[in-house]
Design a protein around this ligand. Structure first.
Ligand code: URA
Length: 436
C-alpha cells in the first residue's frame, strides 16, 4: 500500500477500506507517513467527507493507536459523558456524582482546559489536595467502592488523535465533521465506558456555531458509538451564552456544589438533569427520561448526589470541608463590578469573549504550560433575557489587587453583553436530542 494512492482515492471521492485507513493511522503514528501526506489526506477528507463506515473505521483505528481502558473490572454498565466544550461548563462536576448516586458507575477521564474553555481536571484541582492521577487498579477499586472516579487522561490514550489533531490545527482541517466526530469518539471508546452521552454545544461560545452543524456532528458521533456497540446519545444545547453564572475554577466548583444542593442556576440544573437522565436510561436504571428525572431529582433533594461528590473528594485526597463550606475554596482578593453602559434588555452574551477575559485574569491557560489561578474568574449578574438599567452590574470580576490590564478586561467584559431596547424572544437551552 502507498499513502499517495490513498490520498488520490479520497481526493477523487472514493471510499477507503478499514485496512487502508488503519495503514494511514499506523504509518502516521510510527513516523513512516510524513505530515505533508497526512495533511493532504485530511484536506481530501475535509472536501470529500467520509461515509458512516469510514468514520467508524477511522475512530477505531485511532482508538487502538495507544492504550485502551478495559472497564470489565467494574461492576455494572459504566457511563461517561463528553462535552464538546463551552464557557462555564461545569456539568461533569454535577452529572458524575448525580448518576453515581442512583447506581450508575462513572469511571471518567477528563481533560484540562486550553484557550477560552475550562477543563474538569483544573476545576477539581481547585479543591485543596484533590489528586487527579490514580493508578489503574486504584481507579477501578474506587469506582467499585464509591461508584465514581474522575482522573486526568492517561499519557498514551489515542496518540494518533493527538498527532492528527495538532496537524489539523495548523492545516485548516479542524472543521470537518467526520474528523471531529472520530477524534472525540476515539477518546471515549478508548476510555472504555459502555454508555456515552454527548453534550454537544451550538452557538457563539461553541465549536459548532449553528444548530445544523451541531446536529450533523451529534448524528455522526451517535452513529459511530452505535456502530461499535456503545449505547450512545447526544443532547444539543445552546452555548450562545455561558452556562450558569460562574466562570473560573473555584467559582465553578462552588456553583456545581450549589447545584448539587438544588440551589444552582436553573439552566445548569436543567442541562445536568437531561444529560444524567439519558445516561440513566441508557444504563438501564430507568425506563424513560421522565422516570429517570424523577429518580435524579430525588437524589438531589435527599442530598445523595452531594454525598457522592463529597465521597469523590475524600477518596481522591481533597479537603471535604470545601464541599460543606465552599467559601473555603481559593478566593479572590479584589472584586470589580462591570456596569451596563445603557438601559434595555440583554439580548446576547458572547461566551467566547467572556471565556477569554476569564483566561486573561488567570483562570485558564494561554499555553499548555501556563499556571492557573484557581481563585479568579467572574460571576455573571445578568443573562440573556434580563432587563438592565444604565449603571447596573452585569458581571463581577474576581481578581487580585494590583492586577495589571484590568481596564481592558473590564471593557472586553462589558462589550460581550449586547443590550437592546426590545425584549428578546425566549430561546430554549435544550435544542435537540439525537439518539441511536
Ligand atoms: N475536540 C476534539 O476532541 N477533537 C476535535 O477534532 C475537535 C474538538
Amino acid at each position: 500500500m502507498r499513502a499517495v494512492d490513498l490520498i488520490h482515492k479520497k481526493r477523487d471521492g472514493e471510499q477507503l477500506t478499514f485496512a487502508e485507513i488503519d495503514y494511514l493511522i499506523k504509518g502516521y503514528c510510527q513516523g513512516e507517513i510524513p505530515d505533508y501526506q497526512m495533511s493532504a489526506w485530511s484536506m481530501a477528507v475535509f472536501f470529500r467527507g467520509m461515509t458512516k463506515k469510514e468514520t467508524a473505521d477511522l475512530t477505531m483505528a485511532m482508538a487502538h493507536s495507544g492504550d485502551t481502558v478495559d472497564l470489565g473490572a467494574i461492576h455494572g454498565l459504566t457511563a461517561d459523558k463528553h462535552s464538546t466544550g463551552g464557557v462555564g461548563d461545569k456539568t461533569t462536576l454535577v452529572v458524575a456524582p448525580l448518576v453515581a448516586a442512583i447506581g450508575v458507575p462513572v469511571a471518567k477521564m477528563s481533560g484540562r482546559g486550553l484557550g477560552h474553555t475550562g477543563g474538569t481536571i483544573d476545576k477539581l484541582e481547585a479543591i485543596e489536595g484533590f489528586r487527579t492521577e490514580l493508578q489503574r487498579d486504584d481507579f477501578f477499586a474506587q469506582v467499585n467502592d464509591i461508584g465514581l472516579a474522575v482522573i486526568g487522561q492517561s499519557g498514551n490514550l489515542t496518540p494518533a488523535d493527538k498527532k492528527l489533531y495538532a496537524l489539523r490545527d495548523v492545516t485548516a482541517t479542524v472543521e470537518s465533521i467526520p474528523l471531529i466526530a472520530s477524534s472525540v469518539m476515539s477518546k471515549k471508546i478508548a476510555a472504555g465506558a459502555d454508555v456515552i452521552v454527548l453534550d454537544v454545544k451550538a452557538g457563539s461560545g461553541a465549536f459548532m456555531k449553528s444548530l445544523e452543524d451541531a446536529e450533523h456532528l451529534a448524528r455522526a458521533m451517535v452513529d459511530i458509538g452505535t456502530e461499535v456497540g456503545r449505547r450512545t446519545a447526544a443532547v444539543i444545547s445552546d452555548m450562545d451564552q455561558p452556562l450558569g453564572a460562574a466562570i473560573g475554577n473555584a467559582l465553578e466548583v462552588a456553583e456545581a456544589i450549589a447545584t448539587l444542593k438544588g440551589q444552582g442556576p436553573k439552566d445548569l440544573e436543567r442541562l445536568c438533569l437531561t444529560l444524567a437522565a439519558h445516561m440513566a436510561v441508557l444504563a438501564g436504571k430507568a425506563g424513560s427520561i421522565e422516570e429517570a428525572e424523577l429518580i435524579l431529582r430525588e437524589a438531589l433533594r435527599s442530598g445523595a448526589a452531594l454525598d457522592k461528590f463529597r465521597a469523590l473528594v475524600v477518596a481522591q485526597g481533597g479537603d471535604p470541608s470545601m464541599v460543606d463550606q465552599p467559601d473555603r475554596l481559593p478566593a479572590a482578593t479584589a472584586f470589580v463590578e462591570v456596569k451596563a453602559e445603557s438601559s434595555g434588555w440583554v439580548t446576547g452574551i458572547q461566551a467566547e469573549q467572556l471565556g477569554l477575559a476569564a483566561m486573561k485574569l488567570g483562570a485558564g491557560r494561554a499555553t499548555k504550560e501556563a499556571a492557573i489561578d484557581y481563585a479568579v474568574g467572574m460571576l455573571l449578574k445578568k443573562k440573556v433575557g434580563d432587563a438592565v438599567s444604565l449603571g447596573e452590574t452585569l458581571a463581577v470580576l474576581h481578581t487580585h489587587e494590583g492586577y495589571v490590564g484590568l481596564d481592558a478586561i473590564m471593557s472586553e467584559t462589558a462589550a460581550a453583553f449586547t443590550i437592546d431596547s426590545a425584549q428578546p424572544e425566549a430561546k430554549p437551552l435544550l435544542l435537540s436530542i439525537v439518539t441511536a
